[in-house]
Design a protein around this ligand. Structure first.
Ligand code: ATP
Length: 916
């Protein structure tokens, strides 16, 4: 086994010794007579140079490149210390295959283990347009090889990129790549070409260019063509005609507008393509696949075309149609190596057969002996690729090989095949659309036709449409306005209600001078004024809106009336025009008849005069002309004179005498006069009608103007509604401001109230204090009075304790009657006692306390307190009297509780004693 450094050394020595190489016999594996092979055993190198002639410009239309893929894990694992057998020259123009001469040859041409002498090798060098090594990227391959082909398609050429090689050498990888997305660096030639095409279209600075891109995708599986972009895999047939050339009948073409569109198509096609796992490739393509892209471009040349009469028409167009075929062939395989059986075997046979047909075509194209017949028809593949092989196409064949020495014989075979293909000469030319078969042109023509039809139709329906649109607009505007007014109203109502509720809620929480704030007259009047104002304003607005609405209604009705009027007038005009036309026809007809009659009349009179003159000359007297035959029978067309029964009349005319003819002529003259009169009459009427029409036309113009004014007014109204809306909003804002001011006032009042309350409390305290003092004073005075009284009693000798009630009775009677000289409690003492006792009735006390809220109320308090005091006393007094009486009547024990339960002990004792 050779190490890689060894092999490089070998290569160097090989290139040095190239000139000294010796020719040896061709290897058994190489059957191609065109190829010269170089076998370079180490040290004693034998070589044959394989070279092609310098490509002329024509030959450059068929390029061949080789790509050596990196070794696969399967190949590395199979042999410890894997070393590639492919060596690429520095200038990437040739590849050298290393052959181990010491290796055993297996059946089928495969090399076995290099056991005996690994250093004895032969080197076979093949030259190509470019050789890509293991580390060549997808991007580089595209840029360096495929891009120029794609660009040539955009110039209007046909181009084909063809991937050829043994199974598992990277054809599908190169064409399609691993493309999970359009940004995947491993994407292959197909997606990159698409991007290129669309990039070109987008950046095309010439805006007078129009492009159309179409794509198709087919496969040839077991010699059956199917559409990969259709679900149903119906077999398709190849057809050929003069216009289209060779084409696949029924193959779908998809118009694409972006690389993404094509990318999706490609993915669909890939899913439908026949693949299977084989010994050589996990996902081996079992069919040949052809992805076709047709780019049509149209450019305005700017020249005006002329017709036969010399009048100029629209600018002429230049159309170019470029077609790109991206072909991923199924891989050639040796059945013995792949171990294919059953279905796989059938596939293998079919693949190999079509590839050998391809080889035959290439041989025929490159060998002068066979050039008379190129066997394109031997397989579907060669048939489809007819243009690409030796025809009008720029073709690039990409031969794929493996670096493994396991694949030595397949790689050499591939390289020989590719070398042979290099000799193919294609003649590429730009496809101008001379016979107008480009779809783009057809589309253009169709589009033009449709546009014309559309314009006609549009003109026809324009007037109707315009009327309808105006009507709809007006209705819509009215509806909008009504809706706006309604919304405004309801919003306004809602707003008012909300504000009223708010005011109610707010005022319900306020108290002013012991009353709720809404009960205070100031607030009420302020509120009422505000509400009144708002209501007035609101009603005013409503009235305005209502007025406007009525006006609009009136306008609307007027517009409708005008419209009706217009329609009527139009109908009248149409009818009048029809009548005028009819009349014109009649006039013309009558005029013609009249002319004919006048002519006849004139001729008849002339002839008659001649005859009469003749008769006078001959006989000197007038002759009878009764039997004179009708002189001008046949001169006047009988149809003019007699209408339908012309023939009968003509016959009759022949029998008429000249008098009768004269009579007849007079009749005719009379008729013609009548007709003249009728014509004159008609003329007059016509004038009238024309005057009427003129009037109507003027009216129509006026109405149209009015209509326009109305539409303007409608717009103004709309604007006013809009302004009203704005006004409403500003009113709302003003209302808010007032409300805020009110709220501020209320809070200020509340604050002031807080201050007043403090003052009231302090006054209340003073009052309470004063009352307390007053009460204490009274009590102490009363006590001292009682004491004084008792003392005076004790002093009196005739003192007898008295029942207090009796005393009272006595006092009463004393006050009502005279004293009667009885001893009694001095009335002044009792009176002053009652007078001085403060009001202790709880109810009255509360009332008086509550009512003292401000200074002005103090007076009221004093009065009412006095009153209450008096009242309380009076009621007590009267009830005491009543109870006394009842006691006397019912012998009850009386229990008097004077003022607040307080009874001076001394008095109580006195009373108790007297009762006992
Ligand atoms: N240049 C490359 N770089 C990395 N991997 C590659 C390259 N070329 C091929 N491969 C890998 O080799 C394997 C076989 O490739 P691919 O399926 O493209 O071969 P093929 O020639 O299309 O085979 P078949 O004819 O059986 O369809 C794949 O796993 C692919 O990823």
């Amino acid at each position: 086994m050779l190490s890689s450094s060894n092999s490089i050394d070998f290569l160097k020595s090989f290139s040095r010794q190239l000139g000294k190489l010796e020719k040896t016999k061709s290897d058994n594996h190489f059957h191609d007579s065109d190829l010269e092979e170089e076998r370079t055993p180490t040290k004693s190198t034998i070589s044959k140079s394989i070279s092609s002639k310098t490509s002329s410009k024509k030959e450059q239309n068929f390029k061949v490149v080789v790509r050596v893929r990196p070794p696969l894990p399967r190949e590395i694992d199979a042999h410890a210390g894997f070393a590639p057998i492919t060596h690429i020259a520095k200038n990437n123009k040739s590849v050298t295959i290393q052959e181990y001469l010491g290796a055993e040859i297996k059946e089928g041409g495969r090399q076995k283990e290099i056991a005996s002498n690994p250093n004895i090798c032969a080197y076979h060098t093949f030259k190509f347009d470019y050789v890509y090594g293991e580390d060549s990227s997808q991007k580089f391959l595209y840029e360096n090889t495929a891009k120029s082909a794609v660009l040539s398609v955009l110039e209007g050429y046909n181009a084909t990129l063809l991937a050829y090689g043994q199974t598992g050498t990277g054809k599908t990888y190169t064409m399609e790549g691993f493309s999970n997305s359009l940004n995947d660096p491993q994407k292959g030639i197909i997606p990159r070409s698409m991007e290129e095409i669309f990039k070109f279209i987008e950046s095309s600075s010439n805006k007078s260019k129009t492009f159309m891109v179409r794509a198709s995708y087919l496969q040839i599986y077991n010699e059956v063509i199917t559409d990969l972009l259709k679900q149903e895999m119906t077999p398709l047939q190849i057809r050929e005609d003069k216009k289209k050339g060779v084409f696949v009948e029924g193959l779908s073409e998809w118009v694409v507008r972006s690389p993404n569109d094509i990318y999706n198509l490609m993915k669909d096609g890939m899913r439908n393509r026949a693949t299977a796992a084989t010994n050589m490739n996990d996902i081996s393509s079992r069919s040949h696949a052809v992805f076709m892209i047709i780019v049509e471009q149209m450019r305005d040349t700017g020249d005006k075309s002329e017709d036969a009469k010399g009048s100029q028409h629209e600018t002429s167009r230049e159309i170019k149609v470029g077609k790109l075929n991206l072909v991923d062939l199924a891989g050639s395989e040796r059945v013995r190596v792949t171990g294919a059986t059953g279905k796989r075997l059938e596939e293998s046979k079919s693949i190999n057969k079509s590839l050998s047909c391809l080889g035959n075509v290439i041989t025929a194209l490159t060998d002068k002996k066979f050039r008379s017949h190129i066997p394109y028809r031997d397989s579907k593949l060669t048939r489809i690729l007819e243009d690409s092989l030796g025809g009008n196409c720029k073709t690039t064949m990409m031969a794929m090989i493996s670096p493994s020495y396991d694949a030595y014989s397949e790689s050499v075979s591939t390289l020989k095949f590719a070398t042979r293909a290099k000799k193919i000469k294609n003649e590429a030319r730009i496809n101008e659309d001379v016979d107008q078969k480009a779809l783009l042109r057809k589309y253009e023509v169709e589009l033009k036709k449709l546009r014309k039809q559309l314009a006609q139709k549009r003109d026809e329906i324009f007037s109707k449409e315009e009327m309808l649109r105006l009507k709809q607009d007006r209705q819509k505007a009215e509806k909008d306005k009504e809706a706006a007014i309604y919304a405004l109203e309801s919003k306004y109502k809602e707003y008012l209600k909300e504000k009223e509720d708010q005011i109610k809620q707010l005022t319900s929480q306020l108290l002013v001078g012991g009353k709720r704030i809404e009960e205070t007259p100031q607030f009420r009047s302020a509120l009422e004024t505000k509400q009144k104002l708002i209501r007035e304003e609101y009603e005013e607005r409503l009235q305005e809106i209502e007025k406007e609405r009525q006006m609009i209604e009136a306008d609307k009705a007027q517009v409708d009336r005008y419209k009706q009027l217009l329609l009527k007038q139009r109908d009248i005009m149409l009818a009048l025009t029809a009548r005028i036309n009819e009349r014109d026809d009649t006039i013309i007809q009558l005029q013609e008849e009249l002319d004919a009659i006048e002519q006849i009349n004139k001729r008849l009179v002339d002839e008659r005069n001649k005859e009469v003159a003749l008769d006078f000359n001959e006989e000197g007297s007038q002759k009878e002309h009764k039997n004179l035959p009708y002189p001008l029978a046949g001169v006047i067309p009988p149809e003019i004179l007699f209408g339908k029964d012309a023939k009968d009349k003509e016959a009759m005319m022949k029998l008429m005498t000249s008098d009768e003819i004269i009579e007849e002529l007079q009749k005719l003259a009379y008729q013609s006069n009548g007709m003249n009169r009728m014509v004159n009459q008609d003329d007059k009427e016509n004038f009238k009608e024309i005057a009427k029409i003129n009037q109507l036309e003027t009216r129509l113009q006026e109405v149209t103007k009015e209509n326009e004014t109305l539409i303007d007014e409608l717009q103004d109204k709309k604007f006013e509604v809009y302004k009203l809306k704005n006004g409403y909003q500003s009113t709302c804002e003003a209302y808010d401001q007032v409300e805020h001011a009110l709220e501020d006032k209320i809070s200020a009042t509340l604050k002031r109230m807080g201050t007043s309350k403090k003052q009231i409390n302090s006054i209340q305290d003073i009052i309470n204090q004063t009352m307390e003092d007053f009460r204490n004073k009274i009590i102490s005075e009363s006590e001292s009075d009682v004491c004084n009284y008792q003392a005076s009693l004790r002093k009196s000798e005739s003192f007898k304790p008295l029942n207090y009630k009796k005393y009272l009775k006595k006092t009463n009677s004393t006050s009502s009657e005279s004293d009667g000289g009885c001893r009694s409690i001095p009335g002044s003492a009792v009176k002053s006692f009652h007078d001085r006792v403060p009001v202790s009735n709880k109810k009255n006390e509360n009332l008086s306390t509550k009512s003292i809220t401000n200074k002005s109320n103090n007076r009221i308090y004093n009065k009412s307190a006095t009153k209450a005091k008096k009242g309380a006393f009076a009621s007590k007094h009267s009830s005491a009297t009543k109870k006394n009486q009842s006691k006397r009547n019912g012998k009850e024990r009386m229990n008097i509780v004077p003022f607040n339960g307080y009874v001076p002990d001394i008095i109580q004792n006195e009373f108790c004693n007297s009762n006992q």
